[in-house]
Design a protein around this ligand. Sequence first.
Ligand code: ZN
Length: 249
Amino acid sequence: MTSGHETHRAALGPRPLQTRALTREAGQARQLLAAGEWRPAAADSEAAVAVLDRLAAPLPARRAATARTLATDRDRRLQRLLRTTLHHLDAGTVSPPAAALLAAVARAFLPWHATPNPPGAAAAPRYETPAGPAGGLAVPPTEAGEVLLPDLIALFAVLASPSLPGTVPLTPPVEPWQVRYAGRFRRYGRPAFGVWTAETVACPACGGKAGPWTVTCDWRLISLGCPCGVVTHEHGLAFSEVWLLLPDM
Ligand SMILES: [Zn+2]
């Protein structure tokens, strides 16, 4: 089978969700919370409350709902979930285990990055939104996304619940990860509502932009190792600007 054939086939149907990291991180979080080895700090609980709100949001009741408005409503709920998750991931206030969990949620719901409505400006982030037939967007795997909601609601409800008075927050250690990425990283800015700027990250020593980069991350800091040997932390990239480009690990 030729690769062209593969590409054609991939463009016709919905892409499978990338849930490997989510299965791993959610399972770990459940275990740690149940064992009392993770007692979320206030920032983790606040982020969890916001995400839980999106996870459990009811679909709007419409008097004249059609198949089309229902499909849009279902996708919009998942899109809001993704956007809220990304917001709290990139705000940089949550603990490493919470960041790892939010990142895994964001990757799973990435198909809704531009669905039902794409980001407003030309320079807004693009995470290789798959092009469907006739150049349109591929159909998002809505049902596969919604299937994930009940388990995530249960998990985020635990994360969001206020800790008992007198308990001290406890953050479990997180395994750092390292991966090689052959490609460019783009740093996005949002100077005003609906206005985006984008800049490609370059190695401070040799100016190289294409890598392959050695990415190291402990969910506090990301470092980029350039093929010239220089490692930099001063790239200004948010977690999502690195994480969402990588394959599901
Ligand atoms: Zn370099």
